[in-house]
Design a protein around this ligand. Structure first.
Ligand code: PEP
Ligand code: MN
Length: 361
C-alpha cells in the first residue's frame, strides 16, 4: 500500500512506519515534491483501515495495477522537472538536440556549439546504443560519454544520454545530467529501479508497443524509488504503416497529461524516421501541448553512424527552432533563442562546412 501523510511530521512518520512494520510491511519513505509518502510493499487490504485511521495519515491506497504516485490527481497543476536551466513542465519549452550517437570529438563538439547557439536547452548523444542489429555501431561507451560531457560543458548545456544496464549507472552518473531510458528498455524493471536510486533526472521513452497505461506504470517504478525527476517522451509506436519508421502518437500528449502529472516531451526524429517530416511533427507536438522536443542533429547526416536518415542538418535545426518559437507562444509557452553566436564560425570547421559558409571564412 501507499500511505500519504498529512505533513512531514517526524512523530507521525515514526508511528505510521512502526505500525506498518509491525504488520509485516517493508517500509520505504518517499519525500516527493507533492507530499511525504510511505510505501509498504507487500502489505495490502486488511491493513488499510487501521492505517487509514491513524492520526496524521491523509490516505492509504492499496497497490494494484494502477499508478498511484504518477497519477495526475496527486499534483493536478503538473510537475516540473529540472533539466539544466529549464524547468520542464513550466512555461519554457525544452529543446533537447544532438546526434543519435557520439562518434568523435569534432562531431559532438561542433554539434553542441551549433545547437546551443540556436536554442537547444540540452545536448543529447548516445554512448551506449541499443541497436537492432548486433553488427551495427554499438557506441563508444564511456569514452563517448566523456566526449559528450566535454562538448556539453564547452557549450554550457546539460547532458542527456541513454543507459542500458543497471551496472553502468554508477560509472555514468558523474558525467550525466539526465539518464535516458530507451524505448527498448521502458519495461526493464531493474533498470528503472537503478535510475530511480541514482536520483538524477530521467527521460523515459515510451516502448514502441506499450500502451499509455503501461508507460505511466513504468514511470511509477522510478517514483517508487523516491526520484520525482521523471520526464516522459513519446517517440512513436509500431503500427501497420511502413512509410514512416514509427507512427508518432500525438494523442499521447493530451491523454498522458490527463493520466499523469509528469511532463511530456515528444521525439519526432524516432517518431517518423524521416528528416523531411521532423519539423512538421515537432511543430504539431508543441501545438498539442508537449513540454519539450527531442531531435537528432548531425553535422553530416549522410555519414552518420546511426539514424542519419532522420537527423537534421544544422541549418534545418536552426530553422526548426525559429519555427517552434511562434508555435510555442501561440499555446502559452516560451522558447528562448540566443541573439548572438557564442563562437566565431572559423573556430569550428564542421559548422562551417555544414552551414555552407565556405573555406575562407
Ligand atoms: C535514441 O534516442 O537514439 C534512441 C535509441 O531512441 P529510442 O529508444 O526511442 O529508439
Ligand atoms: Mn537514434
Amino acid at each position: 500500500m501507499i500511505v500519504k501523510l498529512a505533513g512531514p511530521d517526524e512523530t507521525v512518520l515514526q508511528a505510521v512506519s512502526a505500525a506498518l512494520e509491525a504488520m509485516g510491511g517493508q517500509v520505504r519513505l518517499l519525500a516527493l515534491p507533492y507530499g511525504t509518502f510511505l510505501a509498504a510493499l507487500g502489505l495490502e487490504h486488511p491493513a488499510l483501515k487501521p492505517i487509514q485511521a491513524m492520526a496524521g495519515v491523509a490516505w492509504a491506497r492499496p497497490a494494484g495495477s494502477k499508478p498511484i504516485l504518477a497519477a495526475r490527481e496527486l499534483n493536478p497543476g503538473g510537475s516540473r522537472v529540472q533539466l539544466g536551466a529549464v524547468s520542464v513542465g513550466g512555461e519554457t519549452l525544452a529543446l533537447v538536440a544532438g546526434p543519435c550517437s557520439v562518434e568523435d570529438r569534432e562531431q559532438i563538439t561542433s554539434t553542441a556549439r551549433f545547437v546551443a547557439a540556436f536554442g537547444a536547452t540540452a545536448l543529447r548523444g548516445g554512448a551506449y546504443k541499443p541497436r537492432t542489429s548486433p553488427y551495427a555501431f554499438q557506441g563508444l561507451g564511456l569514452a563517448g560519454l566523456e566526449l559528450l560531457r566535454e562538448a556539453a560543458d564547452a557549450s554550457g548545456l546539460p547532458v542527456v544520454t541513454e543507459v542500458m544496464e543497471p551496472g553502468d549507472v554508477a560509472a555514468m552518473a558523474p558525467l550525466v545530467d539526465c539518464f535516458q531510458i530507451g524505448a527498448r528498455n521502458m519495461a526493464n524493471g531493474p533498470l528503472l529501479k537503478a535510475v530511480g536510486q541514482a536520483g538524477k533526472t530521467v527521460l523515459l521513452k515510451r516502448g514502441p508497443s506499450a500502451t499509455l497505461a503501461e508507460f505511466v506504470l513504468a514511470a511509477e517504478y522510478i517514483l517508487l524509488e523516491g526520484n520525482a525527476q521523471v520526464i516522459l517522451c513519446e517517440r512513436g509506436i509500431r503500427t501497420f504503416e511502413t512509410a514512416t519508421r514509427n507512427t508518432l502518437d500525438l494523442n499521447a500528449v493530451p491523454v498522458l497529461k490527463s493520466m499523469t502529472h509528469l511532463p511530456v516531451m515528444v521525439d519526432p526524429s524516432h517518431g517518423t524516421g524521416r528528416r523531411d517530416a521532423v519539423a512538421a511533427m515537432a511543430r504539431a507536438a508543441v501545438a498539442a501541448g508537449a513540454d519539450g522536443i527531442l531531435v537528432e542533429v548531425h553535422p553530416d547526416p549522410a555519414r552518420a553512424l546511426s539514424d542519419g536518415d532522420q537527423s537534421l542538418h544544422f541549418p534545418e535545426f536552426r530553422r526548426l527552432a525559429e519555427q517552434l518559437k511562434p508555435v510555442a507562444e501561440a499555446v502559452g509557452r516560451r522558447l528562448e533563442l540566443p541573439e548572438s553566436l557564442p563562437f566565431a564560425p572559423h573556430q569550428v570547421p564542421l559548422i562551417r562546412r555544414a552551414m555552407g559558409w565556405g573555406g575562407s571564412r
